[in-house]
Design a binder for this molecule. Sequence first.
Ligand SMILES: Cc1ncc(COP(=O)(O)O)c(C=O)c1O
Length: 492
Amino acid sequence: MFEALPAKGVPGDQILAELQQLRSADLPTHGGRLFAYVYDPALDGLDELARAAHAISAHVNGLDPTAFPSLLAMENALVGAAAGLLGGDERTVGSVTSGGTESLILAVKAARDSRPDVTAPRLVVPSTAHAAFAKAAHYLRVALDVVPVGADLRAGPAALAEAIGPDTVLVAASAPSYAHGVVDPIPAIAAVCAERGVRFHVDACFGGWVLPYLRRLGAGLPAFDFSVPGVTSISVDLHKYAYAPKGVSILLHRDEALRLPQYFAYAGWPGYTMINPIISSTRSGGPIAAALATLRHIGDAGYLELAAETREAVTLLADAVTATPGLRLAAPPETTVVCLTSDAAPATAAPTAVDLFVLADELAARGWHTQPQMAYAGMPPTIHLTVTASVRATAPGFAADLADAVAAARAAGPVALPAPLLEAAATLTPEQITPGLIAGLAETLGLGGGDFSRMAAVNTLLNAAPPALREALLTCFLSLLQRPAPAGQEVG
Ligand SMILES: Cc1ncc(COP(=O)(O)O)c(C=O)c1O
C-alpha cells in the first residue's frame, strides 16, 4: 500500500488514511471480542485523552530526568500509585519500564547483581511462570530452575523450597499466571524465601492492577502484595488492566537497597555519564504521559467498577463453557481468565470429540478471537480468554456462538494431518529446521498468502512437536515474515 521512504513527501491526510486502511486488517482492539493482546475498558473518550497526552510528551526523553522534570514527576506519580495499590509504604521504590518483560528482566538483574558472591546464579520459577523469565535468564546468563506445579496449576511452596540452593538469587511466582489465571500461594512461598534469605518476586504484570479491586469486591483471593512479609519485588503492567496504551509497566521494590543493583551506571567514556534504571536509555515520555492520563481519568472508583464488570463477564463466559458438553474449564476462573479445554486431547480424540484448535477457528469465524495454548508438561492444550471490562457487553452472546462453534467443530472432526508431517513433528530436531523447509511447510499448510484465519492445522502440528522444535519452527516462520519491503515498491 505504501512505501516508507517515497521519493517525495506525501500529504498528511493521505498518510493517515493509508494507516487506517492498513489497520483494518488487524484483529479488533475494541468491541469485546478479542481475548488476548489488548485490554479494553470500553470507556468513551479514553482513547482520545490518552492519544492527546501521548502527543504532549512524545518527544520528551527519559534519558535524563534532570533535563525533563515533567517525566520524573509523572514516573514518580505512577510508581506512587502502584505502591499504594500494592501494599507498599514509605520505603517502597520503583521504576517505570516499557512492559512486563522488561520489568521481569530487571527484577532478575537486580537480584543477580545483588549477589556478586554467586558466580553461577540461578532463578527458581514454577512451570506456569511467564516465558519472560526464561528470556531474562537467557539474556542475563542466569540458570533457570523450572519447578512443576500441582494438579491445581498452582506453584507448590514445598517444591519451590526444595529447588532453592546456595546459588539461587531469586524465586518468582505469579499473581495470577497468564496461561490459566490462577494465583500462586504467595504468602507460603514468601515465607519459604524469607526463611532462606532469598529475594522473592511476585509477577503481577498481568493481574496486578485488577486483583486488588477483585479482592475489594469480595473475591476470595489470597494476599499477594507487599503486605506479605518476604515479597521483595512486584511487577505490574499499566498497559494491561490499568488500560493504558502499550509501553508501560512498573517494577516495585520493597526498599531502596533492593533496587540499587537494578541500575546500570557507566562513566568510562568521553560522553555523558550514563545512569539507567531500565534497559533503554533514550525513551519517549509518550506512553508514560498516556498512562498517567488514563489512571487519573479512570480513578480508583472507576477501576473498581471496571473490575466488577470484568467479573460479571468472566462468570458469563465460564458458565457458557461449563454448560457445553465436551468442554470444561481447565482452571477455576478465579481472576480474569477463562481457560477451557476439551474432554479429549487432540491426539487421541474420537471423531466426535471437540478439537480445540478447530474450535478456536470456528469461534474466530464467528468473531470471537481466542488464544489457543499448546500442551505442555502433562498439561493439555487449552483455549485462553483474557477478559476485560469491554466483554461485559458482548458476553451474553457468547454461549450461543460457542454452542454453534462446538457443533461445527464436531462436524468437521479433529484435524487429520498427513502422516509424514506428524512423523516429522515427532522426529525432526531443531537443528534440522531451515528457512527453506519452513517456506515449503507454510505453503503446504496454507499460510503462503498471509491468511492466518484458519490455524487449526498449524496448531495441531505445533502441538505435536516438542517445545524446542516449536521454538525452531516458529522462529523460522517469523523470520520468513519479517523481511524488508523492497525499496521503491508499493507494499500491501
Ligand atoms: C504474568 C505475565 N508476566 C509478564 C508478561 C509480559 O508482559 P509484556 O508482554 O508486557 O512484556 C505477561 C504478558 O502477558 C504476563 O501475563
